[in-house]
Ligand binder design. Structure first.
Ligand SMILES: Nc1ncnc2c1ncn2[C@@H]1O[C@H](COP(=O)(O)OP(=O)(O)OP(=O)(O)O)[C@@H](O)[C@H]1O
Ligand SMILES: [Mg+2]
Length: 367
C-alpha cells in the first residue's frame, strides 16, 4: 500500500498543505524546527488517529486555531481509500473512510498500516515496560482484527477493578466482590498474553536477523516476562493460561487490596531485550539502543508483510543520527524499494535516491 497524497490543515505548524508523494522513497529534508517530524506525525495520525509522540489531540492544533484535519488517498492492492480525520477544540473527533463516518477506533486501526521509528523509540530499550507493551499492543492492533477491542475491554474492566480496590481504603472489601473482575480479567488477559506470545515467536526471528545485519555481529534476543516463564506459557492453551492467571490473581487479592491497585496481568508484563546475552536496558550504548529499536521496527514491518500480505508504510524520523557510518550503510541496505518509505533528515544525502521534499517554516516544497 502507499499514500498517494496528503492534505493537512491547521495541524501543528502546517496551515494548509497538499502534498503528492512518491510510492517508493520520500526524503523529507530541512533545518531544525521546520516541520519534518510534524509531517510524519500527520501521516501517522491518519493511520492511528493519535500522535505517535504520545501527546493529546489539542496539542496538535495549530496555535490559535479551533480545528484541524488530515486527509489522504491510500492506494491498497485492490482499492483506493479516502481517509479523513478531523478534530475540533472541544474534543470532537471525526473519522471517515470513503466519506463514511466511523465511530469506533477498532474500525479504523489496521486499515492504513504504518510502522514508525521516531527518536522517542530509543526509550523503548531503556525505559520501563510501559513503552514495550505499547509497542506490542500497537502493532498487534494493526495486525489482528479484534485485538484492539479485546485490549479496550480489558482496560475498562481493569479500571473498574482498580476503582473497587481503591475503595478498600475506606471500607472492607470481601474477596467475593473482586472475583468477578478477576474472572473477566483472566479470560481477556489470557487472550492478550497468548496472542503476544504467538507474535513474539515470529518477531524474535525477524528482529534478530535485522539486528545482526545492522550491527554486523551482535545477537539480539527478546523474552516475554509474565507471571509464568515464557517457555512454560508457550506450551499452554488460552484456557490453561486463563485458569493459571485466575489462580495467581486469587492469591494476590490481599496484596492488591493493600496496594489498592491491580498488580498482575498483561498490563504489567514486559518484553526483555538482550544484546549478546546482556540486558540491553542496563548495558546498551546509544548506538546499540538505536540499532535495537530500529531492528524491532523493521521486524514489525516484516511480520506485517508476512501476516497481512500487504506492505505497510514505513516512517523513519531522524533515524540516521547516532549511528556510525557502517550502521547507517547497513540500515540503508535493509530498506526496500517496494515499501513506501519516508525519511526525515537535516541534510540531503547523496547515497539515497528518492523524491526530495524541502520543509521550511511549515511549508513543503518539492525539490
Ligand atoms: N501545535 C503547534 N502549532 C504550531 N506550531 C507548532 C505546534 N507544535 C509544534 N510546533 C512547532 O513546529 C515546529 C516544527 O517542529 P518539528 O518537530 O516538526 O521540527 P523538525 O523539522 O522535525 O525539527 P528537528 O530537525 O529539530 O527534529 C517547531 O518549531 C514547533 O515549535
Ligand atoms: Mg524532528
Amino acid at each position: 500500500m502507499y499514500l498517494q497524497n496528503l492534505r493537512i490543515n491547521n495541524f501543528r505548524n502546517y496551515e494548509d498543505q497538499l502534498i503528492e508523494f512518491d510510492p517508493e522513497l520520500n526524503l523529507i529534508c530541512g533545518d531544525n524546527a521546520q516541520g519534518k517530524s510534524n509531517l510524519l506525525e500527520a501521516i501517522a495520525y491518519l493511520s492511528l488517529t493519535s500522535s505517535f509522540r504520545g501527546v493529546k489531540d489539542n496539542e496538535l492544533l495549530c496555535w490559535n486555531k479551533d480545528y484541524f484535519f488530515v486527509c489522504g488517498e491510500l492506494i491498497k492492492k485492490i482499492e483506493k481509500l479516502d481517509l479523513r480525520v478531523g478534530y475540533q477544540r472541544q474534543g470532537r473527533k471525526i473519522w471517515q473512510i470513503n466519506k463514511e463516518a466511523k465511530n469506533r477506533l477498532a474500525d479504523i486501526v489496521g486499515i492504513f498500516h504504518t510502522v514508525i521509528f521516531s527518536p522517542e523509540d530509543l526509550l523503548l530499550v531503556k525505559e520501563g515496560p510501559q513503552l514495550r507493551r505499547k509497542f506490542l499492543n500497537r502493532q498487534m492492533s494493526q495486525l489482528y482484527d479484534g485485538f484492539c477491542q479485546t485490549l479496550i475491554k480489558y482496560n475498562k474492566i481493569l479500571k473498574q477493578k482498580n476503582t473497587l480496590l481503591k475503595e478498600s481504603r475506606a471500607r472492607i472489601i470481601n474477596d467475593e466482590e473482586i472475583e468477578p473482575w478477576n474472572e473477566q480479567l483472566s479470560e481477556l488477559g489470557a487472550i492478550i498474553i497468548k496472542k503476544r506470545l504467538d507474535v513474539l515467536t515470529e518477531l524474535k526471528v525477524f528482529a534478530a536477523e535485522k539486528h545482526r545485519i545492522l550491527s554486523q555481529e551482535e545477537q539480539l534476543d527478546l523474552c516475554y516476562e509474565s507471571f509464568l516463564p515464557e517457555s512454560q506459557m508457550q506450551q499452554m492453551t488460552v484456557e490453561e493460561i486463563k485458569d493459571a492467571l485466575f489462580m495467581v490473581l486469587k492469591n494476590k487479592i490481599i496484596i492488591e487490596k493493600k496496594a489498592a491497585v491491580s498488580v498482575l496481568g498483561p498490563h504489567r508484563d514486559d518484553l526483555s531485550i538482550f544484546i549478546n546475552q546482556k540486558s540491553a536496558r542496563n548495558f546498551a550504548s546509544q548506538g546499540q539502543q538505536k540499532s535495537c529499536a530500529i531492528a524491532l521496527k523493521l521486524a514489525e514491518l516484516a511480520l506485517a508483510e508476512q501476516k497481512k500480505g500487504e506492505k505497510p508504510v514505513l516512517l523513519l524520523d531522524d533515524v540516521m543520527s547516532e549511528l556510525d557510518s557502517g550502521r547507517q550503510e547497513c540500515l540503508l541496505s535493509l530498506l526496500k524499494r517496494d515499501i513506501q518509505t519516508f525519511i526525515t533528515d537535516t541534510k540531503q544525502r547523496s547515497d539515497l535516491s528518492g523524491h526530495l521534499f524541502i520543509v521550511k517554516g511549515g511549508k513543503v516544497l518539492k525539490a
